[in-house]
Design a protein around this ligand. Structure first.
Ligand SMILES: [Zn+2]
Length: 168
């Protein structure tokens, strides 16, 4: 694959739709898949509104499509920041206040014993986000909870509507 940066946006959109380009290809070309997805109607990851818990002009808070635990949530900024080191102090404060609120709600709605927080900063093109990963009482404590095996997201309408109500 040639560097996608030389392509027009609509050409990349078509290549994605045809399955000839993946999110990883965008990353390798220095294009942020998260931003490209947001700017082009979910063409990379599909419509994620079914997993959205809370959204405002700066942040999106949603259930992860390939979670490591029931109730695994991600919070991302709408603006592109490579990682936490790049965010301004105001955004830093705001995102942690939202994370704290969300973690308490996850604990309450899913009945987890605790909720872990981590932020990844992978590769040449990362989009800042926080991951909130519940740990349940039947699970061992410790950092292995950050790398629990991923599984396919299944919608739980009741829990989702509770999350949304409490995050309002
Ligand atoms: Zn981005």
């Amino acid at each position: 694959m040639d560097n996608l940066k030389e392509f027009k946006t609509e050409e990349i959109v078509n290549l994605l739709k045809e399955g000839k380009v993946t999110a990883a290809d965008l990353t390798d070309s220095g294009i942020c898949p998260t931003c490209f997805n947001r700017e082009n109607n979910g063409v990379v990851f599909g419509d994620d509104q079914d997993k959205m818990i809370y959204e405002d002009e700066k942040f999106a808070c949603f259930l992860v499509g390939n979670p490591r635990a029931e109730g695994h949530v991600a919070i991302s900024t709408k603006k592109h920041f490579k990682d936490m080191m790049e965010i301004d102090d105001e955004t830093c404060q705001e995102v942690f206040v939202i994370a704290k609120k969300m973690m308490n709600i996850i604990k309450e709605v899913y009945g987890s014993e605790s909720v872990y927080l981590c932020t990844m900063c992978d590769g040449p093109m990362n989009h800042f986000h926080l991951q909130l990963i519940p740990r349940y009482s039947f699970e061992k404590r410790g950092s292995k909870n950050f790398v629990k095996e991923r599984f396919e997201y299944k919608e739980d309408k009741e829990k989702l509507s509770k999350l949304r109500d409490k995050m309002k």
